[in-house]
Design a protein around this ligand. Structure first.
Ligand code: ZN
Ligand code: ZN
Length: 319
């Protein structure tokens, strides 16, 4: 039985489509009207927790996503600052996660992790929990070093150190470093009903990953922060036909944008086409990109003619 707020959202959305066409702002208001907890009612769904990037220039939380499967938030993908609030609004339960998957260790992707681990210490979870991310470098930590820095015996939140050995009723946090020395697709999690694999992406000098999620006969791809130089990702995407391809809308189409860090609209459209994406989701917005949406959409459409959705915090995409 859909909730009243969901019905209101649906009716508003229909009117918007039938009568006026929808501006970006209208779409965002409609998304905000929906009951964020209703996403869990779908057999399989992606929920964007945080749709923002590293600059605090609007209302968005930092990058973070949930994959809902049969009413449980099985995967948390990135945990940017502000995701703590959205996590509660979405109704996610720490006990339900198979893994926390981090694409890379820029602050807009991990800033909320200490708060979520703190909250998780109240959850009564006993099962170990995987914390996966790219291997370290001279500048960036490995997942193990990240955990040590946050909750190790000498870490910032050292009172949470029992996470690292599973003592004192804490679930054991098990860091998994995924190699970025190879361009191959790597298995991360191979469960009965949920499979996760990863492939490295180019994000300037930052060790960074994309994740491929398979569940219920569907595929969701989290491209993460990546530039047009992500050849291994493109090889992995070719002909994959993901049901949802989640990409980051971080730069405008203007000259002088940081194209060594992020793809522009044209580049996102090229990847969506070669992947055969059933739907392209844009998230990780930055104001410089949101101010240029007409040009970005036109550039995507040069190559990709499938549906494109602009996500807001708590947007839900059912599969
Ligand atoms: Zn980012
Ligand atoms: Zn980044």
């Amino acid at each position: 039985m859909p909730s009243l707020s969901l019905l209101r959202h649906t009716m508003t959305g229909l009117l918007c489509l039938l009568l006026f066409g929808c501006t970006l702002a209208e779409k965002q208001r409609n998304a905000a009207d929906a009951d964020p907890k209703a996403c869990a009612e779908n057999p399989l769904a992606l929920q964007i927790l945080g749709s923002g990037g590293p600059i605090a220039d609007d209302h968005r939380a930092g990058a973070s996503n949930l994959v809902w499967l049969d009413g449980k938030a099985r995967l948390l993908v990135d945990a940017g600052a502000g995701s703590f609030v959205r996590y509660g609004e979405a109704g996610a339960q720490f006990a339900d996660h198979d893994a926390i998957l981090l694409t890379h260790f820029h602050g807009d992707h991990i800033g909320g992790l200490p708060s979520l681990l703190n909250a998780g210490s109240f959850a009564g979870r006993t099962e170990p929990l995987m914390l996966a991310g790219p291997q370290g470098s001279d500048v960036f930590p490995s997942p193990e070093e990240l955990a040590e820095a946050a909750i190790g015996p000498n870490g910032m939140l050292r009172y949470l150190a029992p996470y690292l050995n599973g003592e004192s009723d804490f679930p054991k946090l098990t860091p998994l470093a995924i190699s970025t020395d190879t361009g191959s697709i790597q298995n991360v999690l191979d469960g009965d009903d949920l499979k996760v694999s990863a492939v490295r992406v180019h994000h300037l000098t930052v060790p960074a990953l994309a994740y491929i999620i398979e569940a219920g006969g569907k595929t969701i791809v989290f491209a993460g922060d990546q530039s047009f130089l992500s050849e291994d990702f493109e090889t992995a995407m070719r002909g994959l036909k993901p049901d949802l391809l989640v990409m980051h809308n971080a730069i405008s189409m203007a000259d002088g944008q940081p194209r060594g860090l992020h793809r522009d609209g044209r580049s996102m459209g090229e990847v969506a086409k070669l992947a055969g994406a059933q739907k392209l989701i844009l998230t990780h917005h930055m104001q410089r990109a949101l101010n240029d949406m007409d040009a970005i959409m036109a550039a995507i459409a040069e190559n990709y003619d499938g549906p494109v959705e602009v996500a807001d915090d708590l947007s839900c995409f059912a599969l």
